[in-house]
Design a protein around this ligand. Structure first.
Ligand code: CTP
Ligand code: CA
Length: 225
């Protein structure tokens, strides 16, 4: 829904949005990361602020300028993202997890830079699971009626995978988009389907990330009433 002047339908609400991609350090100069730009999360933060919400944006390695009128909390890793989201979610009416959270992190962190050893193969990198923040906040809601939204980038059978993921996570809405090499990551545009735990399916045609953000807030606002 394109709006000239936004309707302040989120006035008096506190919403939390996570954006960007976590980085899991191996040593002081290296990390495991992903290609999330943070643009969709920032679009969500901007549009929520325009609709009157108090917005906390938990930003993971985005390098984007702080949106006006938004509280920005900058973090790096998945564990830091969890701490920041759990804290901000305490008094939140809605939480939208647009961040790409690393599923795994290196089991150990080398305090000094890892060096090559003459004629030796490198040690394998051992990974451990990161906490699933979306599943955790959905299972243990900070407030009754808090609306929780996840994002999923899928390939292959996108909708079936999305339905399964929505159920597994226990959130209210899951924004599912199809990804490929050139699709979505870093792009200005997005195309998605928003799946609801109530069985609803809201297609969002290819368009700017703001348009998808507005649709997400429409669906959230409806559930908050
Ligand atoms: N997410 C999260 N914590 C994680 C992993 C993901 O909160 N450790 C959130 C993401 O922010 C997103 C949603 O869960 O909103 C779906 O992420 P996705 O990577 O698609 O889900 P996974 O359960 O990690 O499934 P997959 O094995 O397909 O990566
Ligand atoms: Ca994942």
């Amino acid at each position: 829904l394109a709006r000239g002047v936004a309707e302040p339908d989120l006035k008096g609400r506190h919403v939390v949005v996570s954006a960007g991609g976590t980085r899991e350090p191996l040593d002081p100069v290296r990390f495991l990361g992903n290609r999330s730009s943070g643009k969709q999360g920032y679009a969500l933060a901007r549009t929520a602020a325009a609709r009157g919400a108090r917005v906390t944006l938990v930003a993971a390695n985005t390098g984007l300028p702080d949106p006006a009128g938004v509280d920005v909390v900058r973090i790096g890793t998945a564990v830091q993202l969890r701490d920041a989201v759990l804290k901000a979610a305490q008094d939140a009416d809605a939480v939208v997890m647009a961040a790409a959270v690393a599923d795994f992190r290196p089991a150990t962190y080398a305090a000094g830079k890892i060096k090559k050893q003459d004629g030796q193969d490198p040690d394998p990198i051992v990974l451990v699971r990161n906490p699933d923040i979306l599943a955790e906040i959905s299972a243990d809601r900070a407030r009754p009626g808090q609306v929780i939204v996840g994002f999923a980038a899928e390939t292959d059978d996108v909708l079936a995978n999305g339905r399964k993921k929505l159920e597994r996570k226990g959130c209210d809405l899951l924004v599912v988009n199809e990804v490929g090499e050139s699709k979505t990551f870093g792009s200005e545009e997005n195309e998605a389907v928003v799946l609801g735990a109530d069985g609803s399916e809201t297609p969002v045609p290819h368009g700017p990330k703001e348009a998808l953000a507005e649709t997400v807030w429409d669906l959230v606002a409806r559930r908050l009433r």
